[in-house]
Design a protein around this ligand. Sequence first.
Ligand SMILES: Cc1ncc(COP(=O)(O)O)c(C=O)c1O
Length: 366
Amino acid sequence: MIPINAPQIGEEEIEAVIKVLKSGILTHGLGAGPMVKGFEEEFAKLVGAKYAIAVNSGTAALHMAVVASGAKRGDEVILPSFTFVATAETVVMAGAKPVFVDINPETYTISPEEFEKAITRRTKAVIAVDLYGAPADMKPLREIADKHGLKVIEDAAQAHGAMYNGKPVGAYADVACWSFYASKNMTTGEGGMITTNDSELAEKLRLIRCHGEKQKYMSTLVGHNYRMPEIEAAIGLVQLKKLPGFLAKRRENAERLTAKLWGTENLQLPKEQPNCRNSWYLYTVRLKEASRYKRDAVVEQLRGKGIGAEVYYPWPIHSMPPYRKFKRLNLTETEKASEQVFSLPVHPGVETDQVDFVAETVLSLI
Ligand SMILES: Cc1ncc(COP(=O)(O)O)c(C=O)c1O
């Protein structure tokens, strides 16, 4: 099977882990050991942010971001329903209410117009998701948020290396949240990061990461244990150096797939917007006019031929039992997309002849 994604781990990562194990420093009681600090510095440089706070998952990063935005019981946070469940889950974890709005059917990211329609006096923040590694349309979102005094959180879990208006994604947000889960463009096994240019927010986030403690055993706010272990940071430092190569191979594979599938009737291909560079975390196509049943049948057939096609995401969050009770606006495009999309493997481990095989198989099936 050609998997949809696969961690790219080499000898350097193994050596880095051994070095940490031999050092005896596995973590730091107040949140950041030497490896974590080094990883934060390098990651901040990569995304052009002043501050980076490493945590132990992308979900932790999002939860901290929502809490730090000030959203609490009774407040509303606007977000798309067409995303991984963590985006909404963390709003509920913070005690606030998710409000689901529709997406742009071309980019699958939150529609700025729909965001504006959903704003009420209870709204505290918006979460935009760079889905599949395609940047959300952050400039209009920022402008609308500023008009209403709202915080902007960017879920960039899938978007390491993606660019928007000439800058790394995250530049228009108050905070950007990243994931280093094993499938992501770069990995630490599990792990996450928050980046921001706001020094006060950064300070608050560091406190939330580690029980609200600036000094041991004296909490100044209610926090968590969201610390990143030193082993993960050591892997992350190696992966950061390899990231440009990973992204180049993803792009090469994605562009080759596009060249081969171009012009196929009823198949919508992923397209970079003119002001964007995608990270190509997922190469997601859409079977136009198809029912869920037909799309699922194509995915099954691809899998039968050894191609690890997957659907991200078959069920929008608002349709899942714990989330049905929350407010939503019209979600027509979200529902349609969840029935028609499927993703094809383009990760750096996919060889050129495998890309050709994927394209030929898709063409033969539809
Ligand atoms: C869009 C999105 N948000 C949030 C997350 C959560 O990240 P993690 O798995 O590191 O907790 C992920 C990844 O799994 C994701 O793809």
